[in-house]
Write a protein that binds this ligand. Structure first.
Ligand code: PMP
Length: 376
């Protein structure tokens, strides 16, 4: 693709991550790329110990805390290693080598479960959606929680299967005293979240927060200091928290872009609502429109229980799967990019992260209707 002319519209990008970012954010980053605020340096070129970068980092952290309404007893850590890194880092920091309960609702929680098994005494499945083909979340009343669990792990939004917890479960109401650990890589900052129910949450930045290479950890003060001796120092939550994420060089460019994105999210409005409430309303409206188009005929299929359908990632298949390639090629010609489903499940997937616009969803819905008329 050639570079864009002024005023030309960008294509709509439905990538599952790294994903589309707000155009205003990209534009500001481009404007500041060579010379940040008259410093004569770009952010990528600054020492992480410099006053300029420390101010960028503190502002990003405080804007993110405000946006998420994160309580003061949570630390915000900026790490590297991604969500998959956290699959090992979380048990190394929190399991104390004991028992960890897993709720498996799709590929990502399944991967977390497998990895944790290498570091803990036991990782029993408290609940699994496997029997439904990961089209549903097992009823909370049937979860089998271990009395001695060091924590309970779940994934709030399964990016591949498109299954999302409508809200975090209240473990205390289920009779458990274990802290909840949430992989919210693909729905962080997409809606208000009840942090009272959470002990630790992690997310790769590359969906709603910024570029790949930055991993966010939100952790309660009381859960620090539990790391196993073999935990690498650079990933020891307590060491990183005590050094304001500067134990080693943090992903500075990612933190800067997260800061710009947090500012953008704080500015968002939908009617009377602002910030996360506005984004949640927008995300819900966009997802409802797309699911309605998919459900409108038998031509497109999404088998997830409507009560737990993801508002971020909408997977779907064609009843006639031999048309999949043609669907994807036609989409691309219309400027609807990266709609291919994950290789493990095939079909299509439209990711509707915060930066997706109503125009993008309308264009996709129009394409769905046109393709069905043409090929159906
Ligand atoms: N968890 C979830 C929910 C994800 O969507 C992803 C990536 N798509 C991961 C974990 C893995 O993240 P990473 O590739 O950054 O390690």
């Amino acid at each position: 693709m050639t570079s864009r002319q002024a005023g030309e519209q960008r294509p709509f990008n439905f990538s599952p991550g790294p994903a589309t970012l707000p155009e205003e954010v990209l534009q500001q980053a481009a404007d500041e790329l060579l010379n940040w605020h008259g410093s004569g340096m770009g952010v990528m070129e600054m020492s992480h110990r410099s006053q300029d970068f420390i101010s960028i980092c503190e502002q990003a952290e405080s804007d993110l805390r405000g946006l998420l309404a994160l309580p003061q007893d949570f630390h915000i850590l900026f790490l590297q290693g991604g969500g998959i890194g956290q699959n090992a880092i979380a048990p190394l920091n929190l399991s104390q080598g004991g028992v960890v309960d897993f709720v498996v609702t799709g590929s990502w929680s399944s991967k977390s479960h497998e990895e944790a098994g290498r570091y803990v005494k036991a990782a029993p499945l408290a609940a699994s959606g496997a029997a439904s083909g990961y089209t549903d979340i097992p009823d909370l009343a049937a979860w089998q929680l271990s009395p001695q669990a060091a924590y309970v792990h779940l994934c709030s939004n399964e990016t591949i299967q498109g299954v999302q917890f409508p809200e975090f479960p209240d473990l205390a109401a289920l009779g458990s005293t274990a802290p909840l650990v949430v992989d919210c890589s693909s729905d962080i900052a997409s809606r208000p979240m009840d942090w009272q129910r959470v002990g630790m949450a992690f997310a790769g930045a590359q969906k709603n927060l910024g570029p790949a290479g930055l991993t966010l950890v939100l952790i309660r003060e009381e859960l620090l200091g539990r790391a196993l001796p073999i935990c690498p120092s650079a990933f020891n939550y307590e060491l990183v928290a005590r050094s304001q994420s500067m134990y080693n060089t943090p992903p500075t460019w990612g933190i800067y872009l997260l800061g710009l994105t947090a500012r953008w999210m704080l500015r968002q409005r939908e009617g009377q609502q602002t910030g996360l409430a506005a984004l949640a309303a927008r995300n819900e409206r966009q997802a409802a429109k797309l699911y309605a188009a998919i459900d409108a005929s038998d031509f497109y299929i999404n088998r997830v229980n409507p009560a737990v359908r993801s508002r971020m990632n909408v997977p779907f298949t064609l009843a006639d799967e031999s048309l999949t390639r043609r669907f994807l090629d036609g989409a691309e010609q219309r400027g609807l990019l990266q709609l291919q489903g994950h290789s493990s499940v095939g079909g299509m997937r439209a990711s509707l992260y915060n930066a997706m616009t109503d125009e993008g969803v309308d264009a996709l819905v129009a394409y769905l209707q046109d393709f069905e008329r043409y090929a159906g």
